[in-house]
Design a protein around this ligand. Structure first.
Ligand SMILES: Nc1ncnc2c1ncn2[C@@H]1O[C@H](COP(=O)(O)OP(=O)(O)O)[C@@H](O)[C@H]1O
Ligand SMILES: N[C@@H](CCC(=O)OP(=O)(O)O)C(=O)O
Length: 365
């Protein structure tokens, strides 16, 4: 069975603990990804390293200790970083696509759908998405701040089966192995308890952001949404291939929720912004055939809502059937209700796909 896998590479792995990107180490990762890509798996790379690459490119020049300097380094370094990935993937004739995201692109449901559609479109075309935070513009308010958390959100976005966090340690240890030589690796975390959070410290190398602490938060977010998460070393030979095969390596965090249901809980934070009344055919499609809602089955729209907002779906008798995320805003739905999906573009001048509400973004009562 093929899987969707998000692989996060920390600065420590990409630089191999030095001050510049390590092409040999990056090539080793690319080689493994190419093999899995060939097998039909869908792979997404979340890559750190822009700031480190920027520093190196500018010859480690002195800069004022400001946010703008960090953003400057990210702006300079991101283009270096993506060039290296592109040249390495081209060895295997694999095309890549760059996505730079901020918190708003994931938390705002409208943007979330856009980002998700782009990811899906890239994967469908066998293009490997290469993702980083848009550090050059993300101000404190809009930053996720570390790529561990970003990769967990990307895993939810992509409905991935597995999230692999590659770092400079072979596992999560019971204390930081840099300060405690007797620290012991933990192979499985069944549940993230306060004790687990307690043993995960920060980053001491000055290269990484967040250390183990942000990886635990990321594992928590991902496993609650049904995404198995593993922390392992990017240095271990064939680490990605072994993990995808299910071999025991690093620290494995067991899933805490069914994948689809967990993801839905994450999606449905807000109260419904409007209601959609559907006909009998659409009701059967939703309840019996477990299908998405097409505009053709919509009779009436109440309330004003944006694309990405939560709406309640009612049958003709006014009985609530489901909650769902609308792929179109209320004005657009008024124009396309009762119409065939292939007429959407002509009616609106744009389209976000054939369905009004997708099955995977719906909770049936
Ligand atoms: N309990 C722990 N087990 C393993 N590593 C830990 C622990 N607590 C803190 N760390 C630190 O976390 C670091 C990895 O995180 P970080 O430096 O942010 O790397 P990355 O760039 O891969 O995200 C390790 O080098 C280690 O010093
Ligand atoms: N977005 C930043 C990296 C942020 C980050 O989380 O770094 P790391 O802890 O090395 O994975 C960059 O590209 O430099």
């Amino acid at each position: 069975m093929t899987k969707t896998i998000v692989i996060k590479l920390g600065t420590s792995t990409l630089t191999h603990g030095t001050k510049h990107l390590s092409r040999p180490h990056m090539l080793d990762i690319v080689k493994q990804i190419a093999e899995l890509h060939q097998q039909g798996h869908r792979l997404i790379l979340v890559t750190s390293g822009a700031v480190a690459a920027g520093r190196d490119y500018l010859g480690h020049r002195e800069l004022p200790a400001t946010l703008a300097s960090k953003q400057l380094l990210a702006a300079v370094g991101q283009s270096q970083l993506i060039q290296v990935w592109e040249s390495l993937f081209s060895i295997y004739n694999i095309k890549i696509g760059q996505m730079l995201l901020t918190r708003a692109d994931i938390e705002n449901k409208d943007h979330f759908l856009n980002a998700r559609d782009t990811l899906a479109a890239l994967l469908e075309q066998q293009i490997i998405p290469i993702i980083n935070e848009n550090d050059a513009v993300a101000t404190a308010e809009f930053r996720i701040g570390d790529n561990d958390n970003l990769s967990a959100l990307v895993a939810i976005l992509a409905q991935a089966e597995q999230l692999i966090l590659l770092t400079d340690q072979t596992a999560l240890f019971d204390s930081d192995p840099r300060t405690n030589p007797n620290a012991k690796p933990i192979s499985v975390v069944e549940k993230i308890t306060p004790d687990i959070r307690q043993i995960a410290g920060g980053s001491v190398t000055g290269l990484g952001t967040g250390g183990m602490s942000t990886k635990i938060t990321a594992a928590d977010i991902a496993t609650r949404s049904g995404v198995e998460t593993v922390i392992a070393s990017g240095e271990t030979p064939n680490v990605i291939l072994s993990l995808v095969k299910g071999e025991t390596l690093g620290t494995r965090f067991l899933v805490q929720a069914d994948r689809i249901e967990g993801r839905k809980q994450w999606l449905f934070g807000a109260p419904p912004a409007g209601t959609i009344t559907i006909d009998q055919g659409a009701e059967d499609a939703l309840l019996i055939q477990h299908k998405s809602l097409l505009p053709a089955g919509i009779i009436h729209i109440e309330g004003q809502f944006a694309r990405g907002e939560v709406v309640k779906i009612l049958n003709q008798a006014g009985k609530p059937l489901a909650l769902g995320i609308s792929r179109y805003n209320s004005e657009a739905l008024v124009l396309i209700k009762g119409k065939k999906s292939n007429e959407i573009e002509q009616l609106l001048g744009y389209e976000f796909g054939a369905v009004a509400l997708h099955r995977n973004e719906m909770i049936i009562y």
